[in-house]
Structure formats: structure tokens, C-alpha cells
Design a protein around this ligand. Structure first.
Ligand code: NAP
Length: 229
């Protein structure tokens, strides 16, 4: 049975990843800050014996160490760094919230790298060997329309971290990509977004199935296309 680990699985895109991978017969390690309080996630776990819930606050190294100890020796075919934040209210020039920006960088750019590094041996012993992070088109430097300093900088930094990882991990046969989910109806994306979580996750799962080691280091879109850095 292939395995997948998802961060930020309590709601939004993370929850939809759990739903779809559980239905597809994967062994799912669903992580969240407080999994026991995530009502829909708990309900999914009750329906699917192949789903287990784990606590992970991605910005806390001690929380990650506890998870790594729990998962010792478990292969992870697909590692999905999904947890992320939009960042502080004040992201306009003239009123920037630098403490909030720093926290956003920790959650969105540094934590996924730390998680990938910490769970590297789990991925290396799997069949599929895929590490991915949910980035954003807003992290594209070439396409930036401005504003959202904290969020954009965090996703651009995430992209660079994963591009670096791709180079380091390719010799071990590990594929590393970042992927843009599109604009999706979640708490973050809002009700006016274009895609449903089901559509976005369905597209990203196809990309995860299709990518090969030669694709490592690419900035993919949920529809299989590619974005400019
Ligand atoms: N929705 C979109 O249109 C869109 C577009 C581009 C990129 N994205 C990216 O897609 C990913 C998922 O977004 P979403 O739309 O599902 O957002 P969301 O509805 O706001 O959900 C965010 C998830 O991340 C978790 N999270 C945040 N900080 C965390 C932390 N420090 N430790 C552990 N979990 C944490 C949240 O957990 P709690 O419930 O505990 O807060 C929640 O499960 C994010 O990386 C986001 O940047 C989304």
C-alpha cells in the first residue's frame, strides 16, 4: 500500500488531499496542529482504517521531532508540505508588520525544508520517492503584480529551497517539485475562488502520478503546466 504524508490536513486543501488519497487506498499520515479538534478529519479517519492522525505544528522543531520518532522506519511515498498561512494583515508598504512577515517565512518557507530534511530517510526507503510543497503563483518573481510582501516572499523562498533540494536529492532518486494549486475555494482562497478543492487536488494528484526524476526542480501548475520562477 503506497503511503502519503500531508501537513495542514485539518481543513482546506490538506483535508481534501486526505479524502482523495484515503479513497484511493493509500496509507495516509494526516498531520495537523490539533487533529483531534478537526471535526471532518476525525470523521474521515473513522471511515478509513488506512488514515492515521498525527500532531504537527510545522513551525515548532520539537513537534516535528516527535512526529519523526513516531514514523521511524515507515516509508513515505509522497510527502506533501501543504500547511501554509497568508500572513499578517499589514502587508502594504508603509505599514508592514515585520514580526508577522518573519513568522510567515518560518511557516511557509523554512518549515517545509525542515520537514523534508527530517523525513528524508522515510522518503528514500519508499517506492515513489516524491517530495512536494504547495506553493503559489504569488511566489513567482517574474509574474508578480505586487503587494502581499510577506506571502509572496515566503513562497518565493520556498521555491528556492525546493529547487535547491531537488539538486541535492536527485542523486538519491528522489523527485522534488513545487506546485501551484490554483485559486481554490478554501478559508484562504475565499468563496469567490475559481476551483473547488476537489478539482484542484484531483489535478495535483495527476501531476504527482506523472512526474519523473527528470522533472525534479520544476515549478508545476495543478493542471500539469509549468509556471515561470
Ligand atoms: N486556496 C488557494 O487559493 C491557494 C492558492 C495558492 C496556494 N495555496 C496554498 O495551499 C496551501 C493550503 O492552503 P488552503 O487554501 O488549504 O489554506 P487554509 O484553508 O487557510 O488552510 C491552511 C492549513 O494550513 C494549516 N497550518 C497553517 N499554519 C500551520 C502551522 N504552523 N502548523 C501546522 N499547520 C498549519 C492550517 O491548520 P489550522 O487549521 O491549525 O490553522 C490549515 O490546515 C497553503 O500552503 C497555501 O499557501 C492556496
Amino acid at each position: 500500500m503506497p503511503t502519503v504524508l500531508i501537513t495542514g490536513a485539518g481543513r482546506g486543501l490538506g483535508l481534501e488531499f486526505v479524502k482523495q488519497y484515503a479513497a484511493a487506498g493509500y496509507r495516509v499520515f494526516a498531520t495537523a496542529r490539533k487533529p483531534e479538534s478537526a471535526r471532518e478529519l476525525v470523521a474521515l479517519q473513522k471511515q478509513h482504517a488506512n488514515v492515521s492522525l498525527h500532531t504537527l505544528e510545522v513551525s515548532e522543531p520539537a513537534s516535528l521531532s516527535a512526529l519523526v520518532a513516531q514514523l521511524s522506519g515507515e516509508p513515505i511515498d509522497i510527502l506533501i508540505n501543504n500547511a501554509g498561512v497568508m500572513g499578517p494583515e499589514r502587508q502594504q508598504l508603509g505599514s508592514l508588520d515585520y514580526d508577522g512577515m518573519l513568522q510567515t517565512l518560518i511557516s511557509n518557507a523554512i518549515a517545509p525544508l525542515r520537514i523534508a530534511e527530517a523525513l528524508l530517510e522515510n522518503v528514500a526507503k519508499s517506492q515513489r520517492k516524491l517530495i512536494t510543497a504547495i506553493t503559489s503563483g504569488m511566489g513567482s518573481i517574474a509574474d508578480s503584480s505586487g503587494g502581499y510582501y510577506a506571502y509572496r516572499a515566503s513562497k518565493a523562498a520556498l521555491n528556492m529551497n525546493f529547487r535547491n533540494l531537488a539538486r541535492d536529492l536527485a542523486p538519491r532518486g528522489i523527485t522534488t517539485i513545487v506546485i501551484n494549486p490554483g485559486w481554490v475555494k478554501t478559508d484562504m482562497g475565499g468563496a469567490g475562488a475559481k476551483l473547488s478543492p476537489a478539482e484542484s487536488i484531483g489535478g495535483m494528484r495527476k501531476v504527482f502520478d506523472a512526474v519523473k526524476l527528470e522533472d525534479s526542480g520544476r515549478f508545476m501548475n495543478h493542471d500539469g503546466g509549468e509556471l515561470t520562477w
